[in-house]
Design a protein around this ligand. Structure first.
Ligand code: ARG
Length: 578
């Protein structure tokens, strides 16, 4: 809600309840628009006032509500106060509502919502978001794609709300798989193919060497030997590994760019391999690491000290594991980046891993582990391309683009575009993102291209279409100067509904920031787009008198900014035409 309205109402409540206005700010919310036009714009639940102790609960809730309502003054901003069931409803003066909102959006479209006082407590500090994190030479599966877009959303949101954000990609770039890959490459790798199609070639080599290792002892021995050379940092082995890594990172950078994603750091398991030694020593000195009967090094997870559950940190041959490297990586990041919070984004199958990681860090005395979070998500079934199962990120982008291009060619509303491919790609990617963000991140879902790319219904295509249509309207009237002086032509139900809906933007951002779920923002943008669709029909600009046309353009341009800002936070690049 625009700060002005929240503050006005908070001041009234502060006067009545005798508290500072800031305690009321979070309790004041915009009424969601619904089919039946609501007369109230803002509400406060009386229960919430009782809960924070500013209202003494003497008498029943309705009596308290009535008493409060009687004391609220109609001050020109608040036109009417209505006692609902345990809720105070405020009706705002609609002219002031339109004026304040549109002026703010006209002057500072970029900061609308994100600078709300509702969100100030979230500002500041440094957040490290680790996401995407594919494994070299292995396939980039749907889980990596989900991690990429969800992590990007979280990073964008945190940034928009005023945090310093560090984006880290933690590659799977170490482990026995590199023994196999190295040995395989020495047998049937090709430098030429590596330069031309790095990811594909490494994957092929990896698949082939795995196959051969199954029935050929000498391949297994060669792999173990190569990994030994690597662990001992032997020049030749190391330089081949380095080449694989660099070339993979270069490829990924290029593909991430198509997705609109970037990273500040490409780290990886390899960087922390050598630090695992110190981690183990530290754990030992704190008496946390025990040797099991099998000869492995383990840490008790039971809480009661009975070892009923434990994490393994050292294999019986003395080598370290995934979690050992993760402990080292977390310590290193804390020292290097001094983050205030750290967020890991992976599918839910790794939930136990992260619980163990945070638990061990805490046991080691690192209180900051309480500010480390794992954002988990569900599995996607059936994501495939024309070539079959998804192996590479690029194939998904290609498929989204081609399918979208086809749909655009068949559609009668499609415009002639300068660069249809790029538009198709952007719209296709938005469709993927929205499909993924619609529900709770934890739920699994079945992937269907046709459903994802539908132009009707709540899809990414629909959001892009709404944006493009607004942009086209604004371009058509580019030369008509519009200010937001006279908002009186916006007193119809449709315009008011849009304004009421815009009041909710900061609350929706807060919801998403709290639970790190994009669906609140996605749903907000869907409702906004539906409101715009009917406004397009009912509130024409062309043919209206200059005052009406100006006021409507002002409204449409405001909506367009909010839509674009919201899409960008989700990781979507709004298109100008489609
Ligand atoms: N590379 C891992 C995988 O593909 C994901 C890494 C997640 N991050 C972490 N710090 N463990 O499963």
């Amino acid at each position: 809600m625009a700060c002005f309205f929240r503050r006005t109402i908070a001041l009234q409540l502060a006067r009545i309840c005798g508290q500072s206005e800031s305690v009321f700010i979070p309790l004041i919310s915009a009424v969601p628009v619904s089919k039946k036009q609501s007369t109230a714009d803002v509400r406060v639940s009386v229960n919430s006032l009782v809960q924070i102790g500013v209202v003494i609960p003497d008498g029943d809730l309705q009596m308290i509500t009535d008493t409060l309502v009687k004391q609220i003054k109609l001050d020109g901003v608040v036109d009417e106060v209505i006692a609902g069931r345990g809720v105070i409803h405020f009706r705002l003066n609609k002219l002031i509502l339109a004026q304040k909102l549109l002026k703010q959006l006209h002057l500072e479209p970029e900061t609308f919502g994100v600078k709300s006082e509702l969100l100030t407590h979230l500002q500041g500090g440094r957040t490290l978001v680790e996401f995407s994190s594919p494994n070299i030479a292995k396939k980039f599966h749907a889980g990596h794609l989900r991690s990429t877009i969800i992590g990007n959303f979280i990073a964008n949101l945190k940034k928009a709300l005023g945090k310093e954000v560090i984006r880290v990609n933690y590659l799977g770039d170490w482990g026995m798989q590199f023994g196999l890959l190295g040995a395989g490459f020495e047998r049937f790798g090709s430098q030429e193919k590596l330069r031309a199609h790095a990811l594909q070639h490494l994957f092929e080599v990896y698949v082939q060497v795995n196959r051969e290792a199954k029935c050929d002892e000498s391949v297994r021995l060669a792999a173990a030997e190569f990994f030994r050379r690597l662990e001992q940092h032997e020049d030749q082995a190391l330089s081949l590994w380095k080449q694989f890594r660099e070339i993979t990172v270069e490829e990924y950078k290029r593909i991430y760019e198509r997705l609109g994603v970037h990273f500040d750091h490409y780290s990886g398991e390899s960087f922390h391999q050598s630090q695992t030694h110190n981690v183990l020593e530290d754990l030992m000195s704190k008496h946390l690491l025990k040797t099991s009967e099998k000869g492995t090094g383990v840490v008790d997870m039971s809480g009661g000290g009975d070892m009923s559950s434990y994490a393994t940190l050292v294999r019986s041959d003395g080598t370290s594991l995934y979690i050992t490297r993760d402990i080292a990586a977390a310590l290193d990041r804390k020292e290097r980046f001094g983050f205030d919070e750290m967020i890991y984004v992976t599918d839910k199958s790794q939930s136990v891993h992260f619980q163990q990681l945070f638990h061990i860090l805490l046991a080691m005395g690192h209180q900051w582990a309480e500010r480390c979070h794992h954002v988990a998500f569900g599995l996607v079934q059936g994501m495939s391309t024309r070539h079959g199962e998804v192996l590479f990120l690029e194939d998904v982008l290609e498929e989204a683009r081609n399918r979208m291009l086809n749909n655009m060619r068949r559609s009668t509303t499609s415009k002639v575009l300068e660069d249809p491919e790029q538009t198709a790609e952007r719209v296709g990617i938005s469709a993927l993102i929205i499909q993924d963000f619609k529900g709770p991140l934890m739920s699994d879902y079945k992937f269907e291209w046709d459903k994802v790319l539908q132009a009707q219904g709540d899809t990414g295509v629909f959001l892009q279409y709404t944006h493009a249509r607004l942009r086209s309207l604004l371009r058509t009237h580019e030369n008509e100067k519009y200010t937001c002086c006279d908002v009186s032509p916006l007193m119809d139900n449709r315009s008011i509904s849009i304004l009421q809906h815009l009041l909710r933007y900061d609350e929706v951002l807060l919801q998403s920031a709290r639970d790190l779920q994009p669906r609140h923002l996605v749903n907000f943008l869907f409702t906004l787009s539906h409101l715009v669709a009917s406004a397009h029909r009912q509130l024409p600009v062309k043919g209206s008198s200059p005052e009406v046309a100006q006021a409507r353009l002002c409204l449409f341009s405001s909506v367009c900014s909010v839509l674009a800002n919201g899409m960008r936070i989700l990781g979507i690049t709004p298109v100008e035409r489609m």
